[in-house]
Ligand binder design. Structure first.
Ligand SMILES: *Cc1c(COP(=O)(O)O)cnc(C)c1O
Length: 431
């Protein structure tokens, strides 16, 4: 009886223990069995009392059947690509949960016949941008560009300024994407300067379209010049504007960030943008433009390979019709209010013996747009060691390390998460 192996409860006996059986229903048998095996191993090693194995299994269970974990974004980068860019509004989350089962995504319930897929989301987008005669939605901004390039310029030329040959991230480059569709690039201008004459000298019978790409993740300053959409329209070929960030109308805090309505009014035939940057919605690629042009894109065979699912359509519609998104709220946050939150949090933490002080900080929009723009913000400054410890906490908190201090920037977090943040800081042990 002293052999610990004899005391290891059997798997089948453990799986019928009520809290474990309930977990099998919730997250599935394989994940529960992994937790059971790990607990049995601890008993075998003598590290766990067999009488406590059920609670040990329960403590070791993952909280959901997906390994993706919610993370608190205290980096001060509003749209952080590694953190899934825009957080969805509660309205969008409700909408996608509602659409997750069987839903009328492609059915006209009144007529009992097939309906236009995603009509609610498409109508909401069309209403949000009345300057667009037609709208379409695909999987992401890159897909929107790929569809435009394939349908309008395969085997032909896309005229693009050298200063707008953008790498979007993780090694993916817009010029490579365009060439992959079978289009040829006709590069004009230099890194810092391009003129209307450069464009008109390059446009010819082989031109599919002129592409204007917003440099959304870098700024070139100094001796520079670019050509606005309003001047490109006179070239007599289609003008496609990739605005990147997905602002549908101008934003007062981001005067240099392009928006769909303005680009269309200036004469762009087609605008492409992402759904999960400044629009604050789900990952999606928006196409807005002339009605005939958009219909052509929508009917292209490739469109079927790029189409979005019901979850995206539901979340996008709720983003467009619902209350201000978390991204919009973070952009509009009052620096004074952020400072008061930081002061209160730091005081509470300091009262518990943590080396915490409130400091001024500068947040950014991130890879999603408005490069170079600093948004005044406030942060809790902690010893540097907190950064790694908080990342390993529950929920994980992502901070920013600056000059040897761990900064928890509040700009990207709603006030409702301050309590979670305080608990997370109190829970970690830093030497
Ligand atoms: C982000 C971005 C893209 C790519 O959009 P995804 O939605 O990430 O595919 C393309 N062009 C510009 C200018 C961008 O900023």
């Amino acid at each position: 009886m002293t052999d610990p192996r004899r005391q290891v409860p059997r798997t089948d006996a453990l799986l019928v223990e009520p809290p474990i059986a309930e977990a099998v229903e919730r997250i599935g048998r394989p994940l529960v069995k992994q937790a059971v095996s790990a607990a049995q191993q601890r008993v075998r090693e003598g590290a766990l009392d067999p009488g406590r194995i059920v609670e040990d299994v329960v403590a070791g269970l993952p909280s959901s059947a997906s390994s993706l974990r919610p993370v608190l974004n205290a980096t001060g980068v509003l749209l952080h690509t590694n953190l899934g860019r825009a957080p969805l509004s509660d309205a969008a989350v409700d909408a996608l949960a509602g659409a997750a089962g069987t839903s009328d995504v492609e059915l006209d319930l009144a007529a009992g016949a097939r309906g236009r897929r995603g009509r609610g989301a498409l109508d909401a987008l069309a209403e949000a941008v009345p300057d667009a005669g037609g709208v379409h939605v695909v999987n992401n901004g890159a897909a929107a560009l790929a569809l435009a390039a394939t349908a309008l310029a395969a085997g032909r030329e896309i005229v693009i300024a050298r200063g707008e040959m953008v790498e979007i991230g993780d090694g993916f480059r817009i010029p490579d994407l365009l060439v992959a569709t079978g289009a040829r690039l006709r590069e004009v201008g230099t890194t810092n300067r391009v003129t209307r004459a450069d464009y008109s000298g390059a446009v010819g019978p082989d031109t599919g379209f002129v592409l204007k790409v917003h440099p959304s993740n870098f700024v070139v300053t100094g001796f520079t010049s670019a050509v606005p959409v309003s001047d490109l329209r006179e070239l007599g070929v289609p003008v496609v504007a990739d605005i990147g960030s997905g602002l549908l109308a101008p934003h007062p805090a981001l005067p240099d960030e392009p928006d769909a309505a303005t680009a269309l009014r200036q004469g762009a035939d087609l605008v492409t943008a992402s759904g999960d940057k400044l629009l604050g919605g789900p990952q999606a690629g928006l196409l807005l433009g002339g009605s005939e042009l958009v219909t052509r894109l929508r009917r292209h065979p490739l469109a079927r390979a790029l189409r979005v699912d019901k979850l995206t359509l539901a979340a996008l519609e709720a983003t467009l019709r619902g209350p201000a998104t978390p991204t919009a709220q973070a952009l509009a946050a009052d620096p004074g209010a952020l400072q008061r939150r930081a002061t209160a949090l730091a005081a509470e933490l300091a009262g518990q013996g943590v080396d915490a002080v409130a400091v001024r900080s500068a947040a950014t929009v991130g890879g999603g747009g408005a490069p170079g723009v600093e948004l005044p913000s406030a942060a809790i400054s902690l010893p540097e060691g907190y950064a790694a410890a908080l990342r390993g906490g529950e929920p994980p908190v992502l901070a920013r390390v600056e000059r040897g201090r761990c900064l928890l920037d509040l700009r990207a977090l709603p006030a409702t998460s301050d309590e979670l943040l305080r608990t997370a800081v109190m829970a970690v042990k830093v030497a």
